[in-house]
Design a binder for this molecule. Structure first.
Ligand SMILES: [Zn+2]
Length: 162
């Protein structure tokens, strides 16, 4: 065997190999010093990591601290905006799920809507250019819609801010 099975050595150390592959590695390790030392290093590293994690223990009051911090945050934000925030978060999550599940359909609907609004805009602009008075009504309406959506967006952002 000329090739060093370096990719399999980690799995060998973790004992994740099939019996046949395992025997192949063991046979290789018998006459390949570089792979054998690599296996030694891997074993050392594993035991170091294991030793490090076994030293880590959570402070006994961690759970209590986390829970009381959550309680405090919930109590602090228990105003009228909380319900609204929760509703909008749920709606957002539902929207994301819908997009993930029906992404292709959404895209189709979106492109149809886009085509429709482009056609509508085209027709409208043709009509509007022939009647200057229509522009006088449409432009302030557009401006009003723009300002209103900006305001409501700002309110939404403010109510969802922590
Ligand atoms: Zn080797």
């Amino acid at each position: 065997m000329n090739e060093h099975p370096t990719e399999s050595l980690s799995a060998y150390v973790d004992q994740e190999l099939e019996a046949e592959e395992r025997r192949r590695i063991e046979a290789h390790l018998l006459h390949c010093a570089s792979c054998a030392s690599l296996v030694d290093e891997l074993i050392d590293m594993r035991s170091e990591i294991a030793g490090f994690y076994s030293q880590l223990t959570a402070p006994p009051d961690l759970e209590f601290k986390v829970l009381s911090a959550l309680d405090g945050r919930l109590a602090k934000s228990a105003g009228t905006s909380t319900g609204l925030t929760a509703v909008s978060l749920v709606a957002l999550a539902a929207l994301i799920v819908l997009i993930v599940m029906y992404g292709a359909t959404f895209f189709k609907l979106f492109s149809i809507a886009l085509q429709f609004s482009l056609t509508a805009a085209y027709v409208l602009s043709n009509v509007a250019s022939s009647i200057p008075a229509v522009w006088g009504a449409v432009l302030p309406l557009c401006a009003a819609i723009f300002v209103l959506s900006g305001l409501s967006l700002r309110r939404i952002l403010r109510s969802t801010a922590p």
